[in-house]
Write a protein that binds this ligand. Structure first.
Ligand code: IPE
Length: 254
């Protein structure tokens, strides 16, 4: 395992999903401060789109296969807007951060991320730069374009860089079995847990917790564990980055 840490902050943590293009500015500030305060090296950040992508993509039917169009660019631009704001806050807190837009460096095949340029990411880490990815709309070899979730990015980059730590900060306490948070999920339990999981109650073009867990289960099958936790709760991003594991759900890959 390398020292690389991949941290995703979900769009529901950074934005208000009930209103289109609405930020949770206080939360963005808090999360940026928390990340910066720990000063983890070899960190890759990924964030979701929230209300800066999901409702717009739904409106233009971008969740079904189709050709690249003007609407595709609108979605890319709106999620880039969120990326710029988040990056600005991270930079204000002293971090050396750069945006990485998946549209420019990844390709999918029928909605599955197939290829991503990673040499520049490795060099960024070597130079103490923190790349900040986001869910995006990207070029698809078969469909023309596809929506790429931040969770697919997390799983792909974690695998490519053999990440030592993978964290998914959401607005729920972890993977739930009814009202109870599951502390640990082992590979033997993946099948059973899949049956428990649902999509999202908000407009969600990437499938909510069910598809998030799916990505993480696949990652676990590659031997990489991940940690789903509530980033809307103060201090938990700090705790994750500091190496604490006694909260949320650990999806065991070993
Ligand atoms: C969605 O990315 C990308 C677009 C809708 C363009 P995510 O699926 O990672 O976003 P969140 O975390 O659910 O908001």
């Amino acid at each position: 395992m390398s020292e690389v840490t991949v941290l995703k902050i979900g769009g529901s943590v950074l934005t208000d999903r009930s209103k289109e293009r609405t930020l949770k500015l206080r939360e963005i500030n808090r999360i940026a401060k928390e990340i910066a305060s720990v000063g983890v090296r070899d960190l890759i950040i990924v964030h979701g789109a929230g209300s800066f992508g999901h409702p717009q993509a739904k409106r233009f039917d971008l969740d079904v296969p189709g050709k690249c169009s003007y609407e595709t660019i609108i979605i890319h631009n709106v999620v880039k807007e969120l990326n710029r704001i988040f990056i600005e806050k991270l930079a204000e807190n002293g971090m050396l951060v750069v945006p990485v837009h998946p549209l420019n460096c990844t390709i999918s095949r029928e909605g599955r991320l197939e290829n991503m340029m990673t040499d520049q990411i490795r060099l960024m880490l070597k130079n103490d730069i923190v790349p900040v990815f986001h869910g995006d709309v990207i070029m698809d070899r078969i469909w023309g374009r596809a929506i790429l979730s931040g969770d697919q990015i997390v799983a792909h980059i974690a695998k490519c860089l053999n990440a030592g730590r993978v964290g998914i900060g959401t607005n729920v306490d972890g993977i739930m079995d009814g009202k109870k948070v599951m502390d640990v999920i082992t590979p033997e339990e993946f099948c059973g847990v899949k049956k428990l999981l649902k999509g999202s109650k908000d407009v969600d073009v990437t499938g909510g917790m069910a598809s998030k867990a799916n990505e993480l289960f696949k990652l676990a099958e590659e031997g990489i564990s991940s940690h789903v936790f509530n980033a809307s709760k103060k201090g938990l991003v700090i705790n994750f980055l500091s190496g604490e594991r006694n909260f949320g759900t650990i999806i065991r890959g070993d």
